[in-house]
Ligand binder design. Structure first.
Ligand code: 13P
Length: 249
């Protein structure tokens, strides 16, 4: 059985005091749900305050991670630096990194490998644009992102990986994929992962859905057989909405 994972990606939002307050409220909201993981990915600068405010109930992730242990990599963050602040995971290959900052599949692959090498679990984000969906190339695009993003990853490492399917057209637009669209893609991704690794490994990997997840659509999304969690942007910035998402039924 795959343990559900509800993750809040705070993107470039919140000052340190606001982050501290939200983290404390989310930790409280997550207190009485023991059967699912709850994670937040605040901006790097808020990680110490969030760690302190959230205690141990919440998992923490960086919003990105470099593949090197240290060195001349201006603007990057090392895996060990994230671990030092209590992170166990790192988001990698988010569509905003791909679209706004030119990150390619091969660069993202280095991030995935680097995270694993230094003991962080990558949350590899993939997703097609609207133009790609309309052109009928969704599966081909996702297959390339998975194959290239996970090139060279060993079977043992793969078992812990998290994949997040975030259709670009659904991010921040209020336009969610339907539960059926999400399930169709997630099943395809699991099948592709089974071909890349092994069926039982693919069966253990969590595949999250992201893109306008909100209190009104989370239950139906989470009822889909291959949807193992959610990666939430906007609705993770308010405790009321994120609490409801954490408590999906
Ligand atoms: P929204 O939930 O705001 O659409 O953002 C999704 C996302 O990009 C999470 O990483």
């Amino acid at each position: 059985m795959r343990r559900p994972l509800i993750a809040g990606n705070w993107k470039m939002h919140l000052t340190i005091p606001a982050a501290r307050a939200l983290a404390a409220a989310v930790a409280k909201a997550a207190e009485n749900v023991a059967d699912r993981d709850v994670l937040i990915a605040p901006p790097f600068t808020s990680l110490p305050a969030v760690r302190e405010a959230a205690g141990n109930r919440l998992l923490l992730a960086g919003q990105n991670v470099c593949w090197e242990e240290q060195g001349a990599f201006t603007g990057e963050i090392a895996p060990g630096m994230l671990k030092e602040l209590g992170c166990t995971m790192a988001i990698v290959g988010h569509s905003e990194r791909r679209q706004l900052f030119g990150e390619t599949n091969s660069l993202i692959n280095r991030r995935v490998a680097g995270a694993l090498k230094f003991g962080l679990i990558p949350i590899l984000c993939i997703g097609e644009t609207l133009a790609e969906r309309e052109a009928g190339t969704t599966f081909a695009v996702l297959e390339t992102q998975l194959k290239q993003g996970l090139a060279g990853i060993t079977l043992t490492a793969a078992a812990q990986l998290v994949v997040a399917y975030e259709p670009v057209w659904a991010i921040g637009t209020g336009r969610t994929a339907t539960a059926a669209q999400a399930q169709e893609v997630h099943a395809y991704l699991r099948q592709t992962l089974a071909a890349l690794f092994e069926k039982n490994i693919a069966g253990q990997m969590r595949i999250l859905y992201g893109g306008s997840v909100n209190p009104a659509n989370v239950d139906e999304l989470m009822r889909q057989a291959d949807v193992d969690g959610a990666l939430v942007g906007g609705a993770a910035l308010k405790v009321e909405s994120f609490e409801r998402i954490i408590h999906f039924q």
